[in-house]
Design a protein around this ligand. Structure first.
Ligand code: GLA
Ligand code: GLA
Length: 695
């Protein structure tokens, strides 16, 4: 693993450089220049203190090849800076100008069918194109030379959402790079043949020039899953290399300003393996767009729980979220009154020290005209802008109270996340095509919230040995090393919870033999004290068959039950399958959930999928000692010196909720007021309370 760059947070232009950062993407190049003065006036009124600038401005900066024009950008940056607004300056490379694509169509990505991707949107370039890289790095150098000493530019925003539109490129450049990548990974061709299992379907390769990308293979052809997984890893690595090349080109000239690139962490996406990317930035930043529907707040917290781990518990940056609806989903719900502020402050409660939106001024034309913004089409006389101003005040107050730099208190429970397992669950060669690691992580996260507990979400590759309990929902891939780490953890007293489809394959997509789960050459089974031989898969596609199977504790499984045939001595059955449906599938009395002592600790096996309520009741049974109100989210951020403590409360319910024992001074009380009793608050729907205690 790469060594992590040291954490470096961008300064604001305040007297001491500190404060909670607040602002958004700023695209003044979409507007006549006269609008800038009005923008800055309204930004100041809203306490905006930073913007991300020039993300899509390459064609304005270099309108013709080699003709660099910084004057307009200089004027904007100067005005912003003089108004006290710091600039996170983009490399502007996310979207190249049309002249470049017309002159060099060879930089355009190729899809898996061999079609050339047309320019006109964003990121229409091959991550492995040397021609494109030369142009992009020239631009980076020009920007670095020009803004190296500019005091208003306080951070570099490298690229934008790497992989959003060019995650999968099947060009000849990619093919050459893939062969080089495979050679570096495997060293000799026999190792690749072994890893990819090429003995299957006549896929043996004699040399590196026979190694292919998983381009379209016709009809319903199934791709070799090991090859596909390597292609996922390769694509991640090529984009990360591109990011590093841009960063390093700037750092040669301008080494002191911190670098970031905005991740795309939300529970419906897993574009990149950000556990690796987080090592390569100076501060971790994320773009998060809320999920429509009842999971809105829970999903936000779940994504943020992973963000906080990626940042190793240091504060992180919300680079983008929305004031209300987006325009890119089939159904774009708006935010209800209070949710703009609630979402922003929920990110703060989960460890964010910067709250930015896409974007400052809502576009009047182009693909994103109906995407909400801080200054909406309606103008400053609008609910959204007034809410933005209120949020600015609240964040300013939190900054004044010294919240910036305080760190989120960790949980004693970690749900382990693995980007590779998420990619693997998308393979169409598994017992069920409905597997989804990330969604199972989200269900466990929500089930735990329902049981009154908030877990952290930690990358499998990181160090989680300090937790009391680790949960692995559908971590399909476990290497021998991972299994040894889990066994060591349990031996030393930790509790491990293994989900129904965890540890079925290793990092090469090879199935562990001798019974499921076979990872670790039997060590995982030994730890669990369980062995199963087949999977019982349910679904409405199987007409006339039961579509759910009950467990004796009242919970229900609807997708997958492991047919457990062997229990080791000492394995205790916590729940088994019962009822007519179970009998119909010959699963009556078969163990569904088991517990096995292992060393000083124990391993719990959840051998079937459970929904949120099943997970919640299991967790309540396990942690029965603690009774917490699951309608309230309470997080704690503590200053690094330990003196100041910020208690953050969020109402997770649709009804008002009373919270008791709130000590300390309220800094932000959004939609909540003191209750009748001492230290009590009444929190309305979508409310947030942040109080400060001094210890
Ligand atoms: C077909 C093929 C076999 C095998 C099976 C799997 O019948 O001929 O090689 O792939 O499908 O069901
Ligand atoms: C992404 C991009 C932004 C914008 C938003 C819209 O996060 O980075 O430029 O397109 O989506 O939601």
């Amino acid at each position: 693993m790469a060594t992590r760059r040291s954490n470096k947070w961008p300064s604001l232009l305040t007297n001491n450089g500190r404060g909670i950062a607040f602002g958004g993407d700023y695209n003044p190049d979409q507007w006549p220049e006269a609008v800038v003065d009005e923008d800055i006036r309204l930004m100041c009124q809203a306490h905006v203190n930073t913007v991300a600038l020039a993300i899509f401005s390459w064609d304005k900066i270099e309108p013709r090849e080699g003709a660099f024009t910084f004057e307009w950008l200089d004027r904007v940056i100067d005005k912003l800076g003089k108004a006290g607004i710091a600039v996170d300056l983009a490399t502007a490379t996310a979207s190249a100008p049309m002249w470049l694509y017309i002159k060099h169509p060879e930089v355009l990505p190729i899809d898996k069918y061999g079609h050339t991707v047309n320019p006109g949107s964003r990121q229409s370039w091959q991550p492995t194109s040397p021609v494109f890289k030369a142009y992009a790095l020239t631009l980076c150098c020009k920007l670095a030379e020009h803004y190296r000493d500019n005091p208003y530019v306080t951070a570099w925003h490298v690229g934008n959402e790497y992989g959003w539109n060019n995650r999968y490129d099947y060009s000849d450049n990619a093919l050459d790079a893939f062969r080089t990548w495979c050679r570096a990974r495997y060293g000799d061709i026999d190792a690749l043949n072994e890893a990819w299992g090429t003995a299957f379907w006549s896929q043996h390769v004699n040399d590196w020039d026979e190694v292919l990308l998983p381009r379209h293979m016709g009809g319903d052809a199934m791709v070799n899953p090991a090859q596909q997984l390597d292609y996922e890893r390769f694509g991640n690595d090529m984009l990360l290399d591109f990011y590093k090349a841009e960063r390093d080109a700037i750092a040669e000239i301008c080494p002191d300003k911190p670098f970031t690139t905005n991740f795309m962490v939300s529970t419906d996406q897993c574009t990149m393996d950000y556990a690796q990317w987080a090592d390569e930035v100076d501060f971790v930043s994320n773009d998060h767009y809320f999920h429509e529907g009842e999971s809105h707040l829970d999903e936000l917290l779940c994504s943020d729980a992973l963000m906080d781990s990626l940042a190793l518990g240091k504060p992180w940056y919300v680079m983008e979220h929305s004031t209300s609806a987006v325009q890119w989903k089939p159904l774009n719900t708006r935010k209800r009154h209070g949710e703009l502020m609630r979402d922003a402050l929920a990110h703060v409660a989960m460890g964010a020290d910067a709250i930015n939106f896409f974007q400052w001024r809502q576009s009047a034309s182009g693909a994103e005209a109906f995407h909400s913004a801080m200054l909406p089409h309606a103008g400053a006389d609008s609910t959204i802008y007034r809410d933005v101003c209120k949020l600015g005040e609240a964040l300013h107050a939190l900054g004044e109270a010294g919240m910036q730099g305080s760190e989120l208190e960790r949980s004693d429970t970690a749900i382990l996340f693995s980007a590779e397992s998420e990619w693997a669950t998308r393979s169409q060669t598994l017992p069920s095509m409905k597997l989804d690691h990330w969604h199972d992580v989200r269900d466990w996260y929500r089930g735990l919230l329902d049981a009154g507990r908030r877990a952290d979400i930690v990358p499998l590759a990181y160090d989680w040995s300090g937790y009391q309990t680790v949960i692995l929902p559908t971590v399909l891939i476990l290497s021998d090393r991972d299994v040894r780490r889990l066994a060591d953890f349990a031996r030393k007293g930790g509790s491990v919870i293994i989900g129904y489809a965890t540890g079925l394959i290793d990092e090469h997509f090879h199935v562990g033999l001798g019974g499921y789960p076979g990872a670790g050459h039997g060590l995982l089974r030994e730890m669990l004290g369980v062995r199963s031989e087949e999977f019982n898969i349910l679904g409405s596609e199987a007409e006339g068959e039961p579509f759910e199977i009950r467990l004796c504790d009242g919970s229900v499984s609807r997708l997958w039950q492991n047919v457990v045939t062997g229990l080791a001595e000492g394995t205790k059955v916590i729940a088994e399958y019962v009822g007519a449906e179970a009998a119909e599938w010959e699963l009556a009395d078969v163990p569904a959930i088991t517990r096995h002592p292992y060393g000083e600790g124990a391993a719990l096996y959840v051998g079937c999928d459970l929904d949120r309520s099943g997970i919640a009741s299991l967790m309540r049974a396990l942690y029965s000692a603690t009774v917490v109100d699951q309608r309230i989210i309470h997080t704690i951020r503590r200053s690094v010196d330990g003196n100041a403590v910020f208690d953050c409360y969020l109402n997770r319910d649709r009804q008002p909720v009373h919270v008791q024992n709130v000590m300390g001074d309220p800094i932000v009380a959004h939609r909540c007021k003191p209750g009748a009793r001492a230290h009590e608050y009444v929190m309305d729907r979508n409310s947030v309370l942040i109080v400060k205690r001094v210890e």
